[in-house]
Write a new protein. Sequence first.
Length: 160
Amino acid sequence: MLPGWALHGDKDVTEGQYCNSSDKEAAPAGWVRGGDSSYEYNGSTNNMAYVDICLFDSEENAHATYTEWKGAETNKQQAPEPAVGDESVLVIDPGASEDTVYGYVRSGKANIRVRIEGGTGDDPSGAQATMTATLKRLQQLQDNKAATVTAPDEQVTATN
């Protein structure tokens, strides 16, 4: 995570329904497994960040869930620069929320969802750096390498 953010609770294995959209109680089609974690900013739960990683049995099922996650509010969506994974989008203040940024990325059969709440509506770079670093770390681990990428490094790279 970025400076000031600390793990809130434990990293958990995610049950299938948590890889679906919030209004569904069943696991999405093709869900295999997932993990999630939450973070607090400078010891306060007024500002929170959430990271979900969900693995699917096929790219098609991962794409279907990614599409559902990002929603239809295209006026609130922006493409991250540089692009992340096979598909990625940042959604600024979705629905009726304020000061919330969602970042969604799909790479192959894996989806990553990042939500950062509190004072972030005008600067999505933290969500972008977090989802980029999460994906790169996941790829490093899949390649049997040490996970060395960090969100602060990704934020610096994105701003240069």
